[in-house]
Design a protein around this ligand. Sequence first.
Ligand SMILES: NC(=O)c1ccc[n+]([C@@H]2O[C@H](COP(=O)([O-])OP(=O)(O)OC[C@H]3O[C@@H](n4cnc5c(N)ncnc54)[C@H](OP(=O)(O)O)[C@@H]3O)[C@@H](O)[C@H]2O)c1
Length: 267
Amino acid sequence: MNLDACTALITGASSGFGAEFVRQLAPRAKCLVLAARRRDRLEALAAEVAREGLAVHCLAVDLGDEADTERFLGEVKVLGVGIDVLINNAGLGDHGLFEASEWPRVKAMVDVNVKALTRVTHALLPPMVARGRGAILNVSSIASLLPLPQMAVYGATKAYVTSLSEALRAELRGTGVSVTALCPGPVDTEFAAAAERAGSTGAQLAPEYFKISAAQVVGEGLDALEDDRARVIPGWLVFLTMTLTALVPFFIVRFALNRRGRGYAGH
Ligand SMILES: NC(=O)c1ccc[n+]([C@@H]2O[C@H](COP(=O)([O-])OP(=O)(O)OC[C@H]3O[C@@H](n4cnc5c(N)ncnc54)[C@H](OP(=O)(O)O)[C@@H]3O)[C@@H](O)[C@H]2O)c1
């Protein structure tokens, strides 16, 4: 999939990876559709990347709300721009013990990370298949590759995203539509602050040397999309760590997970 002159829809475009996807696609795309709740952020970003020959549409939507998601999909249809690149990036996390989690946050994770991603893909995929051209980049996480105590639901939602991506990729073979799962490690965006619970001490989730920039994550994600790769783990150290971990027998991994258990907490 060549991204030149593409028409891309990016969810969660108001900050972090989403805003960076917009910045990196803007010099090449023909049309960008930006979606998130914070319309002011989307409009500021649209003004920042504006150039002749690029159309940018800002659509405010709460992807945690089923009715609002349907309204948003109707707006996308009315735009009639022919989305050929879908970047399912909107998402949120939560740190801490499951038993102490707040239900609205847990529900929002499932609704945005799983339900809305599935619904948006379900709505935008058929026209891509009909045109015989398209690419979907699902922003998952390394948390999808390993159960994560104290991020249990978040990791489970991302396991869904990676699994869905791999299965759809196989289903779509030969249709001209590709699916890629982007599995980043920890990156400084607004994600950690949004995932923090009230009263949390803001514990570091990962050492600084393990972190890479949002720009690198997005650059490697877009390269993987263009190269039609199934999965990408950006950053060589993160890639190496996850690749080696995958080789460890699961009973040993489980031993390490049990040791972490209730011991680590951002609260
Ligand atoms: N940063 C990391 O360490 C990391 C690592 C691996 C994977 N990820 C994944 O990367 C993706 C982007 O996260 P980020 O790091 O860029 O975090 P971020 O800066 O907090 O961005 C999250 C984006 O999702 C949007 N969003 C959240 N809830 C929404 C809702 N109900 N409706 C519509 N949009 C919603 C936010 O927009 P509004 O608030 O304006 O609605 C925002 O644009 C997420 O899927 C996350 O799980 C992040």
